[in-house]
Design a protein around this ligand. Structure first.
Ligand code: ADP
Ligand code: MG
Length: 698
């Protein structure tokens, strides 16, 4: 058996390594920097850098890189070697404190949404000392934040760290009100469950749509899909199992707590869940997980598809963001406690989340918006585009009792007065039954289920941290002035329940009735990315983020531009890929097959015998008809693409045009091509079919 404990974190410059390798005083200063986010002096940085280099070179590393998360959604790295000429034609291995704490990558090719144009062309990266350095592929990777020269965030990590500071500050005020003197910090924690597909690499490489866009743009339904539900939690195939084993080991080396793995609902679909950790580390780890999934799949002759909807008509992939708030002493604020005071605190935090989700539904929806995720949300496999919360019947009864002032007649017959009674613990089983809710309370955490599988989890957690920080701020403002804390607290909880319970829905989120009911309740239903994104630049949103110093107004506008532009680009590339596939592969295949049929007919006629030709005639007629149709639809798509050039007035106009015209033309073309796929012989069809791909790994 592998020595898992020995393997775990072996490629991470973690606390144990720091403790062992740094002089005591340096270690202490660094720890302070890490826990309080204070500035690291250069002389300390020099010592840390030198120890890091020693450790990394012993492990075979030759290069270092500032590892960062630009707005592309994937990570970026530029490798520098440790070598430095020693003046005598030889080299020494060097790594300075300056190189550790700050880098200056040429930032001009990363998306900035106009930020850099107005300020400086270059950007710089700064070490995020709260996330440990690690070795990947012989390179020492230093997790960093990426900013413009004037300090604007150009990445996903900077605002995430700022949002963690915001919630820390406000939650500490609340804890103080409850007499907590031991906690020094409040952090949010996340455990992201990651779904993905694995298909055979050879099949993958034969599908330009998968290679260029991550999803199949054509493909008729296979005879067997997920109907039999025989894949979910089914036994894992040997090739997949070998992949998962290596993935686990590589992740463990990097200190990622990969824990659970299983088959998912769709054929060829799987899931990996780590043990939760601090949000910014969970974010780094999730990026690493996605990266390793791809590279290790490749090694095993497979392709890992992280796209939200690689196969139409088959369940897509999402990411469940399990989120909670806890103190540095390990107290989970979303866990009912053992004393009335702890319970009152739990209820206050719970209703704060309820209020935050209700008041900022739009922003949560924005955080789950992408062209790819539009294929899932509301498609009966993932939560709809409507945000609601599930809290379970028991907790609902408690909140209702608080609202009406009645006593709670639950199993334990408790008198429900906030601050007086003891709440029952909610075993996970009683709260985790609703898998259709976009935002579910699961006993001691919330599970935000709208995220797409390819997402960086930074965005959704920036929103979650900030909206909850804002509500906690309002609560703290009120309660800090209170003369009768228990009374005012009870009133605040009661009023919050009354004002915001419309967001709680414990029923089936996939039903049509819910869509109607939600509209009656006044909940927003932003169906597409284009509908959702404008909420990000609303006055309310700008007010929220600037108040908590998470984003500047300029940063919000630049991100909005990047997101809208990204949406258009995705659709543009998809449309071009479709045109290319139809012209270069599908049309020629149809012609070839028609030629075969026509030749057969010709030969049969030439025989002069009275041979039946119904089948050939039927096929030839149908394929000819559909082929003409395909040509017409192709022309429409090309027209739409041409017209898009005149729509550059503003991003919203352009994105709306892509959604309404380009995407519609794409869908119409696909319908015809999928019809042709059912008629043309498999031998002639130019790309692997759904059945080929979904059942390719045996
Ligand atoms: P599920 O029923 O959704 O599979 P699990 O108990 O297996 O639930 O947990 C799912 C994820 O939630 C795991 O990644 C787990 O680490 C994470 N999780 C558990 N507790 C917390 C917490 N307090 N904060 C954040 N994530 C948590
Ligand atoms: Mg889950």
């Amino acid at each position: 058996m592998k020595d898992v404990a020995g393997l775990f974190g072996s490629m991470v410059f973690n606390d144990a390594v720091m403790h062992a390798r740094l002089p005591k005083d340096v270690y202490k200063v660094l720890k302070k920097t890490i826990s309080r986010g204070t500035h690291l002096e250069l002389d300390v940085a020099n010592v840390v850098a030198s120890a890091m280099k020693e450790w990394a070179t012993e492990k075979g590393a030759t290069h270092f890189t500032h590892w960062f998360q630009p707005m592309t959604g994937v990570t970026a790295e530029k490798h520098d070697s440790f070598i430095s000429p020693d003046g005598n034609g030889k080299i020494i291995m060097e790594f300075s404190g300056k190189e550790l704490v700050r880098g200056e990558p040429d930032a001009s090719s990363f998306p900035s949404g106009g930020l850099r144009a107005t300020f400086e062309a270059r950007g710089y990266t700064v070490w995020d000392a709260t996330s440990y350095a690690f070795i990947k592929d012989g390179t020492l990777c230093i997790p960093t934040a990426f900013c413009s020269y004037s300090g604007e965030a150009l990445d996903k990590k900077t605002p995430l760290l700022r949002s963690m500071e915001a919630i820390d500050k406000q939650a500490m005020r609340i804890l103080k009100l409850f007499g907590n003197t031991t906690a020094k910090r409040v952090i949010t924690t996340v455990g992201p469950e990651q779904e993905y597909f694995l298909i055979d690499k050879e099949m993958y490489l034969k599908r330009p749509d998968l290679v260029f866009t991550g999803r199949t743009l054509f493909g008729a339904r296979p005879p067997k899909g997920q109907e039999l539900e025989d894949h979910y939690f089914g036994s894992i195939k040997p090739r997949v199992s070998a992949f998962m084993k290596e993935l686990d080991e590589e992740l463990w080396k990097l200190g990622v707590y990969a824990k659970t793995k299983h088959n998912e609902v769709a054929p060829a679909q799987h899931e990996l869940a780590p043990v939760f950790t601090t949000t910014n580390i969970a974010t780094d780890h999730n990026q690493l997980t996605m990266e390793l999934m791809k590279s290790i799949a490749n090694k095993h002759g497979m392709a890992c598809l992280l796209h939200e909807k690689p196969f139409a008509g088959v369940n897509g992939s999402g990411k469940h963001n399990n989120w909670s708030i806890s103190t540095d002493t390990g107290l989970n604020l979303l866990e009912p406690g053992d004393t009335p005071y702890e319970n009152a605190q739990f209820l206050l935090v719970l209703v704060a989340v309820i209020k935050a989700v209700d008041e900022y539904q739009d922003l949560l929806r924005v955080s789950a918006a992408s062209a790819a995720n539009d294929h899932r949300l509301g498609a009966n496999e993932a939560p709809p585009a409507i945000i609601s919360m599930f809290i379970g019947d028991e907790l609902m009864e408690i909140l209702e009792a608080i609202e009406s002032g009645a006593s709670y007649k639950g199993k334990k017959k408790l008198q429900m007065e906030v601050g007086v009674s003891v709440l029952p613990h909610f075993p996970k089983d009683t709260t985790d039954r609703n898998r259709t809710s976009p935002f579910a309370f699961t006993g001691n955490k919330f599970e935000f289920r709208m995220l797409g599988s390819a997402f960086s989890i930074a965005g959704p957690n920036i929103v979650l941290n900030t909206i909850v920080a804002e509500v906690l701020r309002q609560f703290a403002d009120k309660l800090e002035k209170s003369k009768d804390f228990t009374k005012d607290l009870a009133e605040l909880v009661k009023k919050t329940v009354a004002d915001h319970k419309r967001i709680v829905f414990n029923g089936n989120n996939y039903s049509d009735e819910w869509v109607k009911e939600a509209s009656n309740r006044g909940l927003s239903n932003l169906r597409t990315t284009v509908d959702a994104l404008p909420a990000f630049i609303s006055k309310k949103s700008i007010g929220l983020f600037t108040k908590h110093s998470v984003f500047t107004e300029g940063e919000i506008h630049s991100r909005y531009e990047i997101l809208m532009e990204g949406y258009c680009k995705v659709l543009h590339i998809e449309a071009l890929t479709m045109v290319d596939m139809v012209k270069g592969r599908i049309m020629p295949a149809c012609i070839e097959y028609q030629n075969v049929l026509a030749k057969l007919l010709e030969r049969k006629i030439a025989c002069g015998l009275n041979i039946d030709m119904t089948l050939e005639k039927h096929l030839l007629t149908e394929i000819s008809k559909l082929s003409a149709c395909m040509l017409a639809k192709l022309t429409s798509l090309e027209d739409a693409l041409n017209k898009s050039k005149d729509k550059h007035k503003d991003m919203l106009t352009l994105a709306s045009f892509y959604r309404d015209s380009v995407f519609t033309a794409m869908s119409e073309l696909r319908l015809i091509v999928d019809g042709l796929e059912m008629l043309v012989s498999k031998k002639h069809w130019p790309v692997p079919t759904y059945a080929d791909m979904l059942f390719s790994v045996i």
